[in-house]
Design a binder for this molecule. Sequence first.
Ligand SMILES: [Ca+2]
Ligand SMILES: [Ca+2]
Ligand SMILES: [Ca+2]
Ligand SMILES: [Ca+2]
Length: 398
Amino acid sequence: MFKGGIKILILIIMISSLCFSFKISSDGQYPIISCSGDVVAAINPGIDKEVFFWDGIDIIQLTDNSRDDEPPMINNSGEVVWSGPVPNFGLSAVIYFYDGATITQLTNSYSSHSPMINDIGEVVWHAYDGNDYEIFFYDGTTIIQLTNNDFNDSSPMINDIGEVAWHAYDGNDYEIFFYDGTNIIQLTDNETFDGPPQINNNGEIVWYHRKDTITDGAIFSFDGANTTEIFQTAHGDELYPKISNSGEVVWHAPIGIENQIFFYDGTTTSQLTDNVHGASFPQINNNGEVVWIGSDGNDSEIFFYDGTTITQLTDNDFYDAPPMINNSGEVVWDAYDGNDYEIFFYDGTSLTRITDNEFQDIGPRVNDAGEVVWLAHDHPGYQYNAGGSSSGGGGGGG
Ligand SMILES: [Ca+2]
Ligand SMILES: [Ca+2]
Ligand SMILES: [Ca+2]
Ligand SMILES: [Ca+2]
């Protein structure tokens, strides 16, 4: 069922050189108001992608503009980051930061994408420097450019002590890089693809490595000193390894023609699933709980492993997309409901449908407080729920 009302947050962009805000008029127009109060432009509500936030009760729409925002990330303080357009400024993508009350534009660097935020509010992303993509780091006060080279650095991930891992194309293939807070260390130097790395709070890093150009893949881990191959397979597809703070790693890999879920406990690897229809895209939390999608022969369903037992969370006739899990064992995912995509939430006991509307809701992320962010297409005919307001701002609360 639909939970709570929807509130529109007035978007306040605070940067030194630009100052815009949105106000929503009764006719559904969305004029941009300049600092002096002049109407700069009117934007018709469209069907582009916007950022939404669920605090457990209410849905809050964080953005309202005429071009696509990109998937948001949330930390355990409820701070949210994403890449989005600059209002009325042509094609561009900058990083936005929502602190629970106010949205701030972090950077004037355009073509900024893939932000990740840690639990102390530090943010990393990649942005174009006029020549190629570089890695940027926001420490809560200032922005530091971590890389400055002639090749594309991308997909950074940050842990809670400010260490960063990413991969970069060196002109031949992708290699893995690690920033330890002081220095950048190149972890690989080979002739084949190394995938986007994952880093935990102990600075342990895992990534997928293609062993040759067509077949044979592997998963490598770096423990701060040594690099170890922990798995290999005679297939060339990305295995998407994920690591917990305990150093446990999960991934999918083909057994026969179907993918199955694998679990590495730090010493040995075990195969978690034996689903004849396949299982893929696992995520693990810091308690060793794992979620993934598995097929029931008809469509995909959500599965949950608590360390002992596998439970099937859904049983429907629609596609359920790969889930995310927090450290409370709560799970979110998007699923097709026969009409469009909606956001679903499992609290460990029961299932809640967060959205119920006529547009696409996709890509949810959940923090340890059970707060959820996602991306949704807005809709010209969309009616905000009673209790919503065209004014207000200021509140992540309900
Ligand atoms: Ca670069
Ligand atoms: Ca490589
Ligand atoms: Ca299903
Ligand atoms: Ca929907």
